[in-house]
Design a protein around this ligand. Sequence first.
Ligand code: SF4
Length: 730
Amino acid sequence: MKIPIKKSKNISRRDFVQTGIQGTTLLGISPIAVPFKTFSPDKKTRTVYGACYHDCPDTCSWKITLEENKITHFAASTSNPYTAGKLCNKMNNFPKDVTFHPDRILTPLKRTGNKGEGTFEKVSWEEALRDIGNHLRKTLAESGGTAILPFGYAGTEGLVQNDAMSGRFFARLGASKLGRTICGDTAYAGVASVNGNALGVLPEDLVHSRYIILWGTNPVLTTPHLVPYIQKAKDRGAKIVLIDPYRSASVDLADWHIQPRPGTDVVLALSMMHVLFQEDLVDQDYITRYTYGAEQLRKHVEKVSPEYAEVITGISSADIVRLTREYAQTKPSAIRALIGMEKSANGASIFRAITMLPSLTGAWRMLGGGLSHFTFELFDDALNWERLTVSNDIGSADRRTINMVEIGKALTNKSLDPKIEVLFIYNSNPAVIAPNQNLVTEGLKREDLFTVVIEHFLTDTARYADYIFPATTQLEHWDLMVSWGQCYINLNQPAITPLGEAKPNSEFFRLLAKEMSFEEDYFAESDLKIIEKTLDSKHAYLKGITFKYLEKHGWARLKLPTPWLPFANGNFKTDSGKCEFYSESLLKEGKPPMPEYQVPNKSNGDQSRFPLQLLSIKSTAHFLNTSHANVEHLRKSEGALKVEISVDDARVRHLDNGDKVKVFNQRGEIIARTFISENIKDGMVIIPQGYWSSLVEGGSTANALTNDKLSDMGGGSALQDTWVQVEKIT
Ligand code: SF4
């Protein structure tokens, strides 16, 4: 998930005059000197603090020890109580696996072969930037700025290297905007349509819960640092319920596993509401004071009896009633949800329905009661985003937006006017992470598309580049790290000088701005200056958390009020100020005012030709999205690309464990090995996300099969509404 950035208000350009520590040297093209403010260069031993850059809610803090400028120890912070001395197995060996990996790209490269072939020659920064500048000037003159598209996501979640300088550059160009909605936006849209924001139970406060529903989330794998808090609650007597179509690694944490059919959670939640109303398990006082539309909701769910829901969800009516009673009567009760369920045509509706449950039962009144979801809005409030983004005030506000979920369509759409002629890709690997993979690569292959990629490795996407630029890793640049899953802020300090000719993303865009003769002061702002200004908000959550403090300690927990009870007395952030069971504003937009269930894919006949629903999920233990999938020892640990299939579905196809199969539909085909398991019900298969197409047999991965349709709200992807067939390759 990408941390959404607040739209900034009007700021005077004079605010950006100051040239920072890097700014004095950065406008030259020679390799930059990263300022090591944190140590004296003549000291033999020094310590540097930083944090993981991955798109992961845990945002772990780390500590690096160097002797004579060589890294001698890289480890998780033991002082940060959330990180608690542990990185995950993806990151334990980060310096060797990424920064010092022998395959790392360390000079600019220019394409010499066909697109996709992966043949390049070394070029100088000067030559490459000049050529790109020429392309940009020609495109601006002939087609206008919107023929240029940036494509970046959360390959690094650091606020500076993610988009601080690139955002300014593309705004100044008047380029098309990228709708960065592929992950989290649908979930957020659903939750915020009810509560006005997605804040709720803080991760640490789950220890106070006595009943925790892990709804569509797999904390053991995707938020490992949350697990000790859930375990502590369990040790203190809490019951843990896992609701997930997949018997994930988190099943061992749970006392009860409920397996609905994928995408039907909205029906399960509506049916729970039916039982709450029918058995008078609601908190009428809370509803009267703090909610809107309860009577409409009561009528809306009358028809969603547990018996009706059983047919759709596959959960017995008795279990639905039992779950509802336990949830309502055990206090405090919490629902923990994250993102996974959003990726369907029902995505936002699921989150809307789930979000209503704690307000119906009044769970918000108690510490450890309510919904535990995203935390990024705490940082949204705390930081000075106006100083970070600037780009919202540059150029035209109504630039065209291309949804990143539909990048394949956008690159191949002949009637798009103007068509995309120049594509900049950084912090992302769309040839693998975007749905409808074959359409995406068809677009990337276009000879009339000029593609620039900023990367560490020759990824599947970088193979299609006209130029590749070497990016620094987290050990080589400054950044400010916030989190979407916990409450700690980190300063990432560079431990070493950038290897080879690698430069931070921010520096790439400063240099390109210079090539374009963009002389605005905001391009001269250094990374350190951006960080210092972003921290300078005077917000109470940042009391005492200054640049100097973070430089000394590395991390800090936001100074949040205690106890943290955001909706104990209402105070919802909706227009009405109430929890909205019924949404007048969605009705005005032509959307259902209350959550509804849509039967997926009924219209296109997918289910008759391709009877198995594909869930392409984050189930790899050694990759983070597509990062690390090229690291040999991690790839070996993960094993070959597998398709997980139920015992009965395997039997009717005469499949044994480990058989080589093709998984296919109308969009593509992949080759995988079968893993016959009881983790899933009949009618669905699981293929993990993350593998690189260029490193698997057959040259395609899960997204060759997924569709690029959008979910019901928020512009996210409905990629789990994908249907496939599996056949043995003989
Ligand atoms: S990927 Fe997540 S769990 Fe692993 S080290 Fe990074 S932040 Fe921590």
